[in-house]
Design a protein around this ligand. Structure first.
Ligand code: PHE
Length: 450
């Protein structure tokens, strides 16, 4: 069956890659990857990470792409078309809810990055010691409304891009932000290589120490590969429905994966040497980006400039991921609920900002509200990253590996037989057995069963 392109999609292949790589490259690459690579055996972790990205991440990404481009639909519509009248529709709905929920806490940290551009521009870290910088951070995140204002500002930016549509919003801005992001991260890493701690930082990131690679580390590599590629959330489904029919899906996947991995490695090269020059213990999470790095930057020559560049980089990374998340509910509202794009964007952005403000305030006025021993933000992050994301990945594997007619996959991957596909049997085998079992292991590990 040959489907016509039924609605406007990305104009160019470069635009499609920029948008998809923009979704993949996010806060996960920049603060999470360098640290977990370093503490889990450096080069050894990197090898395992690259192996999983190619062996598991790539097949699942390709499946999600095929479903989206074949159906020419949003995350729910895909299952309405491909599995009418079944409970797979619930999975579509779940992806939309997950994307909505992820953006609600992604917006919190993204709002912080905007405040940090401002603080760096106004040179607020000058002459402050580590303790002062700690105080600045804590006062900011616990402020009754400042962080919510920045989060709302970030959400307005995200909404404004999405309102512009696929070509004039997502594609246009990804094409600007992604190359700039690349330039900034290359400049930052070259600068870091000139520092006295460069050797120690690079050693921490690259030296293959297999004795430090535990079973935990291997699972962390798989989990990180998944999170970093944005699979299992309906994002790749939705964006894939905008990929032109004659573009090669395997080719686009590989480029996206390559960019994502390269940015993670460059982030490690930019951050770790700087951290080691000042003999600071690298730590994961907000601590590294918002506490350690400002300390590092203000000790560097022309540090305020590097700080501004770094937080702009972080904002670009966050913004291109945020638009991919917002597009999931917006495409759903436009296509399933027949809303106009501006109204749908306004509704989704307002609801997400509203839910998100609870996440943001959980470091301040709502800090005493706990769910299972975690504050609202941590609970939301845990639910999405450790449960919904792997669950989405497994369901994609089951749907495309077991339920779906294989010829649909074959036709999408090969562009109706035009492209030569060599490993299709192996591909289906991974999709049916290997990938879902591996992802199930991450899920069980994340909830503490193994
Ligand atoms: N891939 C993004 C990152 O590495 C995070 C993300 C996950 C974005 C899931 C959207 C959905 O930060």
């Amino acid at each position: 069956m040959h489907h016509q392109q039924t609605r406007p999609g990305f104009k160019s292949k470069f635009g499609a890659i920029a948008a998809l790589a923009g979704s993949a490259v996010g806060l996960g690459n920049i603060w999470k990857f360098p640290y977990i690579a370093g503490t889990n055996g450096g080069g050894a972790f990197l090898l395992v990470y690259i192996f999983f990205t190619i062996a598991i991440g790539f097949p699942v990404m390709l499946a999600e792409f095929s479903l989206g481009r074949h159906s020419q639909q949003n995350a729910l519509g895909t299952f309405r078309v491909l599995a009418p009248g079944t409970s797979w529709l619930l999975f579509g709905l779940l992806s939309i809810l997950s994307a909505t929920l992820i953006l609600s806490f992604y917006g919190t940290v993204s709002g912080w990055t905007l405040e940090y551009i401002w603080l760096s521009l106004t040179n607020s870290f000058k002459g402050q010691n580590a303790e002062d910088i700690n105080t600045i951070f804590n006062n900011f995140i616990s402020h009754p409304y400042k962080a919510v204002l920045w989060q709302s500002g970030f959400m307005i930016l995200t909404g404004a891009i999405i309102m512009g549509g696929v070509q004039k919003g997502i594609e246009r801005y990804s094409k600007i932000m992604m190359p700039l992001l690349f330039l900034i991260i290359i400049a930052l890493s070259i600068n870091s290589l000139t520092l006295s701690g460069a050797a120690a930082g690079l050693k921490f990131l690259f030296r293959p120490d297999f004795t430090c690679l535990t079973a935990d580390g291997v699972l962390a590599a798989l989990g990180q590969a998944f999170f970093s590629l944005s699979v299992g959330m309906g994002i790749l489904l939705t964006y894939a429905s905008y990929i032109p029919r004659n573009d090669s899906l395997p080719h686009i996947s590989l480029k996206v994966i390559l960019t994502d991995t390269l940015v993670a490695i460059l982030a490690g090269m930019a951050i770790l040497p700087a951290v080691f020059s000042f003999q600071i213990n690298p730590q994961a999470g907000p601590g590294l980006v918002f506490l350690t790095l400002p300390t590092v930057f203000q000790n560097l020559p022309a540090g305020e400039i590097w700080a501004v560049l770094f937080f702009i980089l972080l904002t670009f990374a966050a913004l291109t991921s945020a638009i991919s998340l917002l597009e999931v509910p917006v495409a759903y509202l436009v296509e399933e609920k027949k809303m106009k794009r501006p109204a749908a964007t306004l509704l989704a952005t307002s609801v997400i900002t509203f839910i998100g403000s609870f996440n943001t305030l959980s470091f301040g006025p709502l800090r005493n509200v706990h769910i299972g021993g975690m504050n609202v933000f941590e609970a939301c992050d845990y639910l999405c990253s450790n449960i919904l994301l792997p669950l989405g990945g497994i369901l994609i594997c089951i749907f495309s590996g077991w339920y779906l007619d294989k010829s649909i996959l074959f036709n999408e991957i090969s562009n109706n037989g035009i492209l030569k596909i060599r490993f299709f049997k192996l591909y289906i085998f991974i999709l049916k057995y290997i990938a879902p079992v591996c992802i199930l292991l991450i899920l069980l590990h994340a909830v503490g069963v193994i």
